[in-house]
Write a protein that binds this ligand. Structure first.
Ligand code: SF4
Ligand code: SF4
Length: 85
């Protein structure tokens, strides 16, 4: 399942550098996560790095993007292949 940033976000920037997939960007008022790029850190880390560094609990599972671990792993493999191409 991709993650989503809620309106508790204080645009502190910490998650931006922490994301191994460059899935996070600065939005108009709060930061946003591209669900096509978020693998919940599967393939890189055991826990979601953005959640780990966020000081205000502004990152939740995105109910609109439910994915199994296998699907997240497959997304990771696709992103890796795209990067290598
Ligand atoms: Fe990036 Fe991982 Fe957070 Fe997804 S869970 S946005 S891949 S840091
Ligand atoms: Fe927003 Fe949390 Fe990311 Fe900081 S770490 S920009 S508060 S989501």
């Amino acid at each position: 399942m991709a993650l989503i940033i809620n309106d508790l976000c204080i645009t502190c920037d910490l998650c931006l550098a922490a994301c191994p997939n460059k899935a996070i960007s600065a939005g108009e008022d709060i930061f946003t996560i591209d669900p096509d790029l978020c693998t919940e850190c599967v393939g890189h880390h055991a826990v979601s790095q953005c959640v780990k560094v966020c000081p205000v609990r502004a990152i939740d599972p995105d109910p609109a993007h439910r994915e199994s671990r296998e699907a997240l792993q497959a997304k990771y493999e696709q992103l890796k292949a795209r990067k290598a191409a």
